[in-house]
Design a protein around this ligand. Sequence first.
Ligand SMILES: [Zn+2]
Length: 176
Amino acid sequence: MSAQNLYGSVFAMHLDPSAEPSFAADVLDIRMMHAALAAARLGGAAGEVPVGAVLVRDGGILSVAHNCPIRLHDPTAHAEVLVLRDAARRERDYRLPGTTLYVTVEPCAMCVGALVHARVRRVVFGCREPKTGALASAATLGWAVPGNHRFAISEGVCGDNARALLQEFFRARRGA
Ligand SMILES: [Zn+2]
């Protein structure tokens, strides 16, 4: 059984043919998405919408974060922005070429813009976000970004887990 069958379908849209993943890359994708899911759970436990992100280069994690706008009083403190800021500071470089961003939920327009500015090579997300998702749902900015930087996009990696986390969170909040 392949990793895709074990963990749900991996529907990949690769704009860059050279980024076509091997089976090993799929295993890495799942491992990194599990790290993002763990971060998302921490966020949910802290009362934030449970979204987690991991930024990876050469198979190693540069940064992990969960959504944190409420605690930080910062509307831009989405998990994606937080890992980009943290990694850029560590790398002492405002651009992060050769990196892959894993995020449990489809990024919003703000985060897609930040990912383009950071020159991230590839974005992998779990489940779609119908209202604000800006790669496949409410907009498809990954294909129409200004400038000439485009990143490869893969979706559906552990998507069921990511969606279940969101559903549990909002169900608990409604019940509270
Ligand atoms: Zn965002």
